[in-house]
Ligand binder design. Structure first.
Ligand SMILES: Nc1ncnc2c1ncn2[C@@H]1O[C@H](COP(=O)(O)OP(=O)(O)OP(=O)(O)O)[C@@H](O)[C@H]1O
Length: 246
């Protein structure tokens, strides 16, 4: 087994994944550096969501390895993966997934409360992020009383409030108007850079991908421009070898 490079916070090798009879990933290898903003681009159905879910431990790849901070994720038990996601990862979905019974601040504070942070401190942190995302005035309202843009901002506040080491964002601006989406992305990337949060951002929009430090493109479940899996594996392995030899 090849060890992952030390400077990659996330590292995947030879990922394959099938949903029932549908192949979503075929031999994807990549590394994500600490503090990097990586865009995963590609047309609809190219495997972006599946890749983010495999990297974040929501899905176990059918084949292949995922490492986080040089520890294997693909071999973890389901409860350990859940713990890892709660403690280290943030997730922003295309559609804001909020708890309807909770107010905006309670939604934003939820990961902190689940981690055991005291209510006063969790609320304070949640309120700071809601203010930063221009939805502080909505703190006491429930999701049904808010519009789509406000709900998505609360979902972003929730992801950032937990101070994740890696933030996964799956087409986070897709439901928003252009100006709303641009502003949201600006806040997200500024926050990520100032807090040293690594971001893996899936988008089919090349314009949005320009905010990233680096782009990986998927086509039909493979990295575009790479020959089938062996070349991708070689790429990841040679980076690993380089990193281990210095
Ligand atoms: N739960 C599922 N069950 C069956 N097939 C699925 C499932 N999820 C994804 N797929 C299929 O796997 C392939 C990759 O889907 P995925 O959602 O990862 O791609 P994507 O690039 O994120 O697409 P989109 O931009 O439309 O979200 C597609 O053919 C999709 O139809």
């Amino acid at each position: 087994m090849v060890a992952p490079p030390d400077n990659d916070v996330l590292w995947a090798r030879g990922l394959h994944h099938t949903h029932g009879c549908t192949t979503a990933l075929t031999g994807v290898s990549l590394g994500v550096r600490e503090g990097e903003i990586l865009a995963v681009t590609g047309p609809r159905g190219s495997g972006k969501t599946t890749l983010l879910k495999c990297l974040s431990g929501q899905l176990t790849p059918t084949e292949g390895e995922v490492w986080f901070n040089s520890s294997p994720v693909h071999t973890l038990s389901s409860p350990s993966r859940e713990r890892l996601r709660l403690d280290r990862f943030g997730w922003i979905d295309t559609e804001p997934q909020l708890v309807p019974e909770l107010t905006a601040w309670e939604n934003a504070a939820l990961p902190l409360l689940l981690r055991g942070t005291g209510q006063r401190s969790a609320k304070h942190t949640a309120m700071e992020w809601l203010d930063r995302l221009d939805v502080g005035m909505c703190a006491r309202r429930r999701p049904a009383q808010l519009d789509q843009s406000q709900r998505q901002r609360i979902a972003v506040a929730r992801a950032l409030a937990s101070n994740p080491q890696v933030l996964f964002a799956d087409e986070p601006t897709a439901p928003l108007h252009l100006s709303d989406g641009t502003q949201l992305l600006r806040t997200l990337t500024t926050a990520a850079r100032s807090h040293q949060i690594t971001v893996v951002l899936a988008t089919h929009d090349p314009e949005i991908a320009t905010i990233a430090d680096r782009t990986v493109c998927l086509v039909d479940g493979r990295r575009s421009g790479a020959a089938p899996s062996d070349a991708e594996d070689d790429d990841a392995e040679s980076r690993a070898a380089c990193s281990l030899s210095v």
